[in-house]
Design a protein around this ligand. Structure first.
Ligand code: SAM
Length: 179
């Protein structure tokens, strides 16, 4: 067994939060509304089309944006490393009457090689990138391989798994320039 990565501790934190009776970690109304409003602005800005476009969300957590996207009719895939978060995401879908089948994958976002290349239209990163505090992890996540193709070196690419030119990064601590 390799050494446990620091970001795997997220699972422990979700368990603690849930054990204390909190249904969803990100459940403060103002925070959720702000996230959803930004998602709407983004979808409008890029002209995203429900029923046409496939959206990837690395670090999807408990499925807050996931449900909004699926509710709007988008094809969606969420990835997260914390089983407890995905469990809540699936429960959130069930409660809202949506199928979570095929919508969530337990996987490390610093290794997206298992995803189809150029398969997604857009990616939504809502507070994952800043959780990766080691530069090599950020590089792995964003994928050094597409470095030359994009204006912002560090937003290189996650983009390997997106259609050309399609990306959205909502970064709390922008790392532009850290090539
Ligand atoms: C601040 S939370 C944001 C969750 C969700 N996007 C939201 O807005 O509610 C960051 C999420 O990233 C996940 N995460 C952290 N490192 C990860 C990694 N290497 N691969 C996949 N998910 C990761 C955590 O488990 C957590 O669910």
């Amino acid at each position: 067994m390799g050494e446990r990565k620091y970001y795997e501790a997220y699972e422990d934190r979700y368990r603690d939060v849930h054990r204390q009776g909190v249904k969803y970690w990100a459940d403060l109304p103002w925070e959720v509304l702000e996230d959803l409003a930004e998602l709407d602005s983004f979808l409008a800005f890029v002209g995203a089309n429900p029923g046409v476009h496939w959206v990837l969300e690395p670090g999807c957590g408990e499925g807050n944006l996931a449900l909004a996207l699926v509710h709007k009719g988008f094809d969606y895939l969420g990835i997260d490393l914390a089983p407890s978060a995905l469990e809540r995401a699936r429960a959130r879908f069930a409660e809202a009457g949506f199928s979570a089948e095929g919508k969530f994958v337990l996987h490390d976002a610093t290794d997206l090689a298992f995803l189809p290349e150029a398969g997604f239209d857009f990616a939504v990163d809502n507070k994952l990138l800043h959780m990766l505090v080691v530069d090599s992890d950020r590089r792995s996540y964003l994928s050094a391989s597409a470095h030359d193709r994009f204006h912002y070196p560090t937003v290189a690419a996650l983009i390997d798994v997106l259609l050309p030119g399609r990306v959205f990064m909502r970064v709390v601590n922008p790392v532009m320039g850290a090539s």
